[in-house]
Each structure stands twice: as structure tokens, then as C-alpha cells.
Design a protein around this ligand. Structure first.
Ligand code: MN
Length: 448
């Protein structure tokens, strides 16, 4: 697992002024990776600093990597093209070399200051793209609080989950083609659903119970594993290249009717990912122990146990979801916070999810995106999707309103921030998407 080093020094400041504002997601201690496009330009790799992006192609052309270590130069070349996949393939050590060199270039006395004009691009002037074309997408389900909300608590006061849940991290294979970058509108899906939630006549039409799920996704980096060969826990931890916010848009009517083999059309309508990959190394200060299993739970399975992971496999990351309806936006009202949770509530660590995913020999590789599942905590204002509010014993939203599903024109925005005393807080940017009305069915004579 990445260690603390000079790049985490809380006294570091950048010559990029906006990076020193305490509220920015992107201080010099973060340096997340992303892919952007200037108006009329081609996609290229960059690194966020304050409200700017470091143009890595320009940095190389300006000679700013001429005196870098060969590994940092190789990493910059791998990241400056039209896709970040070559850098993901190189893995964490290369990303660490790139980070160290960029940190030196951007620090208050850094050599790049003289080239600010050519090196930096305002984030407001570019289009952000997904960091890479997603190779494979898996969605796990790692919060007992998410699963337990509709089942209640047991005699210990712990969320009731199916027995398998506490013995291994469950998940399903999603559709890579569904993953879109923040800002892309999402269509309400058509599908089959019952008139009431889990009862009533079956209908086909626009999903009436459209939901979101607040999640964190892990990008796989490095060599991955060969088909047929599992990964151990240490290998799985090394395969975690970085993390992005993920909204797993969920059509509950479709999902609850179809669920015999698991999620299918209720999930594949769209998944929104934030454009920035916050690297595993940037998150080193915010590591915490794995979730403390309540007394009476099964032991951590042997294949998912490592002392290192138990000691520091978790993350302290505040995760929030916000709603802005079309009306609210027209009146310039601020977003309404739906949920404020924390990744510390997850029962399984990302290394456990990845090691379990590969334990049957399933091949994982750079460019795979493994989402955590809904990041819910025990309290009602930590319910990281709307369905949980409908299932709560007295169904209310935080604030006392009756729960509702998403309406056409609603925009859901996810945010995340890691902070710890003695360190500079870092953020994840945004994963945002607006829900558009359902399409009409192509054949006019289809019965409704
Ligand atoms: Mn999900």
C-alpha cells in the first residue's frame, strides 16, 4: 500500500494560487489524473491543480520532464496521449514517479512557474472525458447498512443481510458501455415494472421509480491477473490505481421485477463516473483500519485476510449526494443535500473486493472499473440512495419530507472529500447527471 512521503507534506503550497484555497478539491497534495479536450481539440491527459489542468503534452514539449527520472518521463508520456490507459497499465510506481515530479514542478518555488501560460488550462474552458474507455465494469455491494435498510436490524442491533453477505463481497458484472462521464444527461429508461413497489399489475413504460446510488469506484492498474490465476491480497491492493465518484443510476421498478439472476436492465441504463482519478497514493493519509466486524459475525475469510489490509485497507472519505430540480435551477436555488455518508461504513475493503473478484481466476486488467456499491451508513441521512428512504421504518427523507423518486429534469451531483487532522484535505470533483424524460417506443403499435 502506498506510503506517506514528501508529496503529502501539509506545508506544501503551489505557485498556482487557486490550489492554495482551503476549499479546493485539488491542492498540490492531490494531483488527480483526467482526460480533457479543448474546444475543437483532441482528447489528452492532464492533472488537476486548483481550478486549472496541467497539460502534460505541453509539459513534455516545454522540456519540463527533461531532468525528471526516466520513470517519471515514461509515465508523463504514457499519460499525455488521447487515453490514460497506458499510464494505468504502468501502474502505481510509475504514477508515483509522475506525482513526485509534478509536485516539484508545481510547488511554490517550482521550475514550471515561468511556463504557466502554456502549461495550464482553465478547467472551465475544457470538456472533461472519462479517463479511459472503460474496459469492464463491475458493481459490488459492500455496505450492510444499504442492504439492511429494508430488512431491519437483528437482535444485536446489526443490519439484517442475506447470510452470504458477511462471508464474501457480493457484486454483479455490469456493462462497460453504460459508463458515461459526469455532465452527460441520462435518459429515464423504459421497462417492465409493477404498479406498486414489489406488488400490483405489470406494466411496460417509463420507469416510475428512478433512483441513484452514491458510490466510489476503483480503477484497476498494473499488470492485472491472467485468466485462471487468482490475485492474492497484496497483489489486489497493488492493483488499486485510483478512485472516482460513481453514480449507479438504478431503475427500482425494473430491478425489483426482473431480479431473479440479479441486476440486469434496472442497472445498465447508465452509470455516471467523475472525470478525475484520485490516485491511491494521494489517499495514503486517509487510510483507516478495515471495518470492525460486530461480535457474532463470521471471521474474515482466509483468502481475503491480510494484516496490512486489516490495519489500513479502509478509507475515511466523506461522500455526499445533492439534488437540484429543474425548478430549483431556474430559481438559482442552491442544491439540496440528500445524503452525507462516509466510505468508512463499507463492510469490505477495495482490496478484498478485487481479491475476491479474481479468486475464481476471473481476469482483471488495467482500465477495469470496480464500483463499491451504495455507500450507506447507519443513520437515515447516510442513506446513499432514495430506495432506502422508502424502506425506512417511518419513510421520510432527512429533513422530514416524504420520500420521492427522481423526476425528469432532476440533476443529481455526487461529491467526495477526504480530510484528516494534520493533512491537507483533498476532493474528488463531481459526478453529476441530469435525468431526461424517457424516449418514446420506436414501434407505434406496441401495446402499453
Ligand atoms: Mn450499485
Amino acid at each position: 500500500m502506498p506510503n506517506l512521503n514528501a508529496t503529502h507534506d501539509p506545508t506544501l503550497r503551489s505557485w498556482v494560487d487557486s490550489a492554495n484555497d482551503g476549499s479546493t478539491d485539488f491542492p498540490i497534495q492531490n494531483l488527480p489524473l483526467g482526460r480533457f479536450r479543448r474546444r475543437g481539440g483532441t482528447p489528452q491527459g492532464g492533472v488537476a491543480i486548483g481550478d486549472r489542468i496541467v497539460d502534460l503534452r505541453a509539459a513534455l514539449a516545454l522540456g519540463l520532464f527533461d531532468r525528471a527520472s526516466p520513470q517519471a518521463r515514461e509515465a508523463a508520456r504514457a499519460a499525455c496521449g488521447d487515453d490514460l490507459l497506458p499510464l494505468l497499465r504502468l501502474g502505481n510506481e510509475a504514477a508515483g514517479a509522475l506525482r513526485a515530479h509534478l509536485c516539484a514542478l508545481l510547488a511554490a518555488n517550482g521550475a514550471a512557474r515561468a511556463h504557466a501560460e502554456r502549461l495550464l488550462v482553465p478547467q472551465a474552458e475544457v470538456e472533461m472525458l472519462l479517463p479511459t474507455t472503460v474496459r469492464q465494469f463491475t458493481d459490488m455491494c459492500a455496505s450492510t447498512f444499504h442492504i439492511g435498510r429494508q430488512r431491519g436490524n437483528d437482535e444485536r442491533g446489526e443490519p439484517i443481510c442475506p447470510p452470504v453477505f458477511r462471508t464474501l463481497p457480493v457484486g454483479y458484472d455490469g456493462r462497460a458501455s453504460s459508463v458515461v462521464c459526469s455532465g452527460t444527461p441520462v435518459r429515464r429508461p423504459l421497462g417492465s415494472w409493477q404498479e406498486q413497489l414489489k406488488s400490483g399489475a405489470l406494466r411496460f413504460g417509463p420507469e416510475p421509480r428512478q433512483d441513484y446510488e452514491l458510490e466510489l469506484g476503483a480503477w484497476i492498474g498494473g499488470p492485472g491477473n491472467r485468466l485462471g490465476e487468482p490475485m492474492g491480497m497484496n497483489q489486489a491492493a497493488d492493483a488499486l490505481f485510483g478512485f472516482s465518484l460513481v453514480n449507479d443510476w438504478s431503475a427500482r421498478g425494473i430491478q425489483f421485477w426482473e431480479a431473479m439472476l440479479g441486476p440486469f436492465l434496472g442497472k445498465s441504463l447508465a452509470t455516471t463516473a467523475a472525470p478525475w482519478i484520485v490516485t491511491a497514493e494521494a489517499l495514503a493519509p486517509f487510510r483507516i483500519p478495515a471495518f470492525a466486524r460486530p461480535q457474532g459475525d463470521p471471521e474474515v475469510p482466509t483468502h481475503l485476510h491480510s494484516a496490512d489490509d486489516q490495519r489500513q485497507g479502509g478509507f475515511d472519505i466523506t461522500l455526499e449526494s445533492h439534488l437540484a430540480t429543474a425548478d430549483m435551477r431556474a430559481r438559482c436555488e442552491p442544491d439540496l443535500r440528500l445524503c452525507s455518508s462516509n466510505f468508512r461504513h463499507m463492510y469490505w475493503t477495495f482490496a478484498q473486493m478485487v481479491a475476491h473478484h479474481a479468486s475464481n481466476g476471473c481476469a482483471l486488467a488495467a482500465g477495469d472499473l470496480i464500483a463499491s456499491g451504495t455507500c450507506s451508513g447507519p443513520a437515515l441521512d447516510e442513506a446513499a440512495c432514495l430506495a432506502e428512504l422508502h424502506f425506512a421504518p417511518s419513510p421520510t427523507e432527512p429533513g422530514g419530507a416524504a420520500p420521492r423518486w427522481l423526476r425528469d429534469g432532476d440533476r443529481v451531483t455526487l461529491r467526495g472529500r477526504a480530510q484528516r487532522e494534520g493533512y491537507v484535505a483533498i476532493g474528488f470533483g463531481e459526478a453529476s447527471g441530469e435525468l431526461l424524460p424517457a424516449p418514446s417506443w420506436p414501434d407505434a403499435d406496441t401495446p402499453r
